[in-house]
Design a protein around this ligand. Structure first.
Ligand code: HEM
Length: 433
């Protein structure tokens, strides 16, 4: 897993200067070191702030590595997710140069540095290289994770715009229609995605804004989503957060410390193919509206029946505490099962999905309200898996989920997440090798 690093990225002396200049403005040089608390081996969480998801932390995760950061990294508290489409005139060379420029920028941003000459140190007669709103802010555990959508390989008309169709991962297809889907194009699809997660929302937004600016002329934003309040834990050291239904979410998630499960269920292996994707993953994003008002008028007992867990402790209704395994056979005196057959945890559980597990990494969202005074709120679901089939199986099984009365899937996208970039390489280098 990615652990916060206190070294600067190996991208040359100018990066070092710029990184020091942003942190110099803060008087925070060395703060990354001060923040280190729990160090340790693979899987260990290393800063107290990461545990709490505190805003504006000095956590710093390396950008380069075998896997991209932002997957098994302890879930930060804030998200800005963006889907991009390549411009209609973009060439293969444009795509390669965009990924190269994005890689260089991401390597700096994640270390708390500015883009290029920064926001205030450049030419007075030119627009600044960096937009500036992150000046004075620490790295905040920023991770930037890139993905490639099916349309990057072959567009809707079937055209191989960038000469990579022959390298399409066979499993990277648009997701099938699921019962109850009410998808809107404005929150679905995309040639490329960028997931920016941080402990500070301004740091995440700054990253997407600047990457979007760098893309100008080559790719443009298709849709984007802000998220607050992580709805999962990806480390056993994190406490389980709550979603907007008020329930603990992430209890049975795959955790970074479960290294065998991460290898089996999250990373694409060399034998899965294609070779260029080895060490990568598949990202599924689903924008799920919650019908908050109906939920809030629902009795506590019914809310718990729908989820299959109690609301306070998060324990399965079969008994025990939060991390007790559910017993789906346990019965009440009247013979009914303690965990309802249509409850969310039963239908999502590996026992009812041929052992399938997902690494969930979603966020709460509130996009204002509608004209009837109802919150546009929900869960921006993100999962990482070794194969899209894992998500597809579970989502099909949720067709009868009692929760469906209270949710609507309105956005959907899938991306192949390439492996991490080695120092000196670009994200996606293996695709174009
Ligand atoms: C608004 C939508 C959703 C809400 C509010 C929600 C909420 C929850 C809650 C409260 C739990 C129990 C705690 C936990 O183990 O994390 C849970 C578990 C789970 N959810 Fe969801 N969920 C939603 C959508 C989804 C979707 C779309 C999927 C995948 C297709 C999914 C897959 C799972 C899985 C795999 C588990 C763990 C089951 C287990 O092993 O016990 N959830 N969810």
């Amino acid at each position: 897993m990615s652990t916060p690093d206190t070294t600067l990225p190996d991208t040359g002396p100018s990066d070092t200067k710029a990184a020091l200049s942003r942190r110099g403005l803060l008087g925070l040089a060395g703060a990354g070191v001060a923040g280190l608390a729990l160090g340790g081996g693979a899987g260990a969480l290393t800063t107290a702030a990461a545990l709490s998801g505190a805003s504006g932390s000095s956590n710093r995760y390396p950008f380069h590595g075998a896997h991209q950061a932002g997957i098994v990294t302890p879930s930060q508290d804030r998200l800005h997710f963006a889907a991009f489409d390549m411009s209609s005139t973009a060439t293969r060379a444009d795509l390669i140069s965009l990924l190269s420029d994005w890689t260089a920028a991401a390597a700096r941003l994640t270390q708390g540095s500015t883009i290029g000459d920064g926001a205030v140190d450049g030419e007075l007669l030119a627009p600044p290289d960096d937009t500036g709103e992150a000046l004075g802010l620490p790295p905040s555990g920023l991770t930037i994770t890139f993905g490639f959508g099916p349309t990057l390989f072959r567009d809707a008309a079937g055209t191989d715009r960038f000469g990579i169709a022959a390298r399409t991962p066979p499993l990277l297809r648009e997701l099938p229609h699921f019962r109850g889907d009410l998808l809107v194009a404005a929150a679905s699809g995309g040639d490329l995605c960028v997931q920016a997660c941080a402990d500070d929302p301004q740091v995440a937004v700054h990253a997407i804004r600047n990457l979007s600016r760098i893309a100008f002329g080559r790719a443009a934003l298709r849709w984007s989503q802000l998220g607050f309040g992580r709805t999962s834990s990806t480390s056993t050291a994190q406490t389980t957060p709550r979603n907007l239904f008020g329930f603990k979410d992430g209890t049975a998630n795959i955790k970074a410390e479960e290294t065998a499960a991460v290898d089996d269920d999250v990373w694409v292996s060399a034998s899965d193919g294609p070779a260029w994707l080895a060490g990568g993953s598949y990202l599924v994003a689903r924008k799920i509206r919650m019908v908050i008002e109906n939920w809030d008028h629902t009795q506590l007992g019914e809310q718990q029946r729908v989820i299959g867990r109690d609301k306070g402790e998060g324990a399965p209704l079969s008994g025990g505490t939060e991390f007790t395994e559910p017993d789906f056979h346990a019965r009440r005196a009247d013979g009914s099962t303690k965990i309802d057959a249509q409850s969310h945890v039963r239908l999502a559980h590996p026992d009812f999905n041929k052992g399938t597990r997902l690494l969930r990494r979603g966020y709460n969202f509130v996009d204002g309200n509608d004209e009837l005074g109802r919150l546009n709120a929900g869960l921006f679901f993100i999962s990482f898996q070794r194969s899209p089939e894992q998500f597809i199986r579970v989502q099909h099984n949720l067709a009868d989920d009692a929760m469906n009365e209270y949710i609507k899937h309105v956005g959907s996208a899938i991306f192949a997440v390439p492996p991490g970039a080695r120092a000196g390489q670009s994200i996606g280098a293996t695709l174009f090798a």
